[in-house]
Design a protein around this ligand. Sequence first.
Ligand code: MSP
Length: 512
Amino acid sequence: MERIYITTPLYYVNAEPHLGSAYTMIITDTLARYYRENNSETFYLTGTDEHGDKIAQAAAQAGLDPKPFTDRISATFQAVWDACGFSYDHFIRTTDEYHIRYVRELLTHVYQAGDIYFDRYGGLYCFGCERFYTEKELVNGQCPDHLVAPKLIEEENYFFRMSKYQDQLLRHIEAHPKFIRPEGFKNEVVAMLREPIGDLCISRPKTRLTWGIELPFDERYVTYVWFDALINYVSALKARGEEFFQKFWPHSEHFIGKDIVKPHGVFWPIMLLAAGLPLYKHLNVHGFWNVEGQKMSKSLGNTISPLEMKEKIGMDAFRYFVLRESVFGQDADFRHDNLTARYNADLANNLGNYVSRVLAMQQKYFAGVVQPLGAIWADEDVKLRDAFAAAECDLKCQMEELQFHRALEALWSALDQANRYIVQTAPFTLIKDISKQARVGEVLHHSLEVVRTLSRLLAPFMPDTAKELRGLLNIEENSSIMSTPWGEGFVAGHKVNGAKNLFPRIDTEIKK
Ligand code: MSP
């Protein structure tokens, strides 16, 4: 049996969920649903990253101790993701007991193996990134992410021998060209590994920071937040037993945004090598969302809230838009005029109209009762069925390559064909001729097959719509009818429900 282990980054609890984090959730949720539909054993993990300076500072600003603060924001993340209907199997918090225990276990192992050493170090430290910078990495003397000059600090700390594993990782990436994808990000990591990477400072003295996992071999220190958080991908599996880990880890698919390629593409695989664990299968990197051509930021007040989107256009329309409008691995732009235009063209006109038109005719001409198909099908009937078979095949290839926009394009091109089929066969004209009634029954039967097929193929992308379509067809949840071949789904006398306007047109542009 096929298996897949899908992970998202753990979200920092210093900000509320927004389009950026929602995007990772939408692609991973779509994939998880896709694999489940195809009977793959799936484990889908998300959660929150709760230790470190940044969080301690955010808690202090909110006037709370870190733990109650993280409890609150982590619960908000869970509540928002649940309201969005994301189907994760487990939500991990880096403050969870089992995670802390496993991080300490792994640290002990690496320490005892000699890959962690104690040293005095002076360097340029960015408090925003919680890491030391080399001169070369700075832009005009500033941290490229936070645009502030890092502070020169000197302290005694523990270091992880990353450089020892540098060549081994480089060789692995060269032997597995899709280890990090798309290719541009792999090249980025390869370029990093061709330069000296040095060793990684993995401790923070408690005199400076107490909010973290205490080092098992020195109680004066806590663990560097990235060394703690990355381990979640393994600790979540190990918490369910060694067998569970063995079962899912070889199928691990990490999903992250492009700003965190270095920790995931360099630190994490080297941590795995040092811990004697197998490397993950793939690191899948997505681009950034801008809003109306501008960087999305709280200070600009242009962040997009997933719950607001749900309220305005519905979760499925929001999912459709972000999946259809972006190319995995590239940056995308969230434009409200595009959102309105796509909603009206693809969802209201194309999908919505088609479904309501077919169901309205079925109701009007046959009181909802599905009519039999003849033994011989007309050419246009065969063409219609073949268009959906081709779309399904294309969709499968596109999903394997994470080309969500192309997968949807394939479905919508079959839907175009379905709309043309109605125009060509013109059941609304044929019905006026009593001798053609049986043919009208056939045309509508094929058109209902379109709706049944759509409800199956759309399920990973637009789960609520898929469910609604099944309801309109009067097909029960998990019915075996969903997987029967075209033309064999509806038994004689099956009655479908009346039309419904699934996506009412939007007349005034959706605004922020
Ligand atoms: N806590 C770390 C990840 C640790 S994983 C062991 C982190 N958290 S984050 O909350 O800052 O970011 C979470 C994810 O949101 C990252 O993948 C990041 O790339 C993504 N995004 C943040 N802003 C984004 C956009 N504007 N667009 C798309 N994704 C963006 O980093």
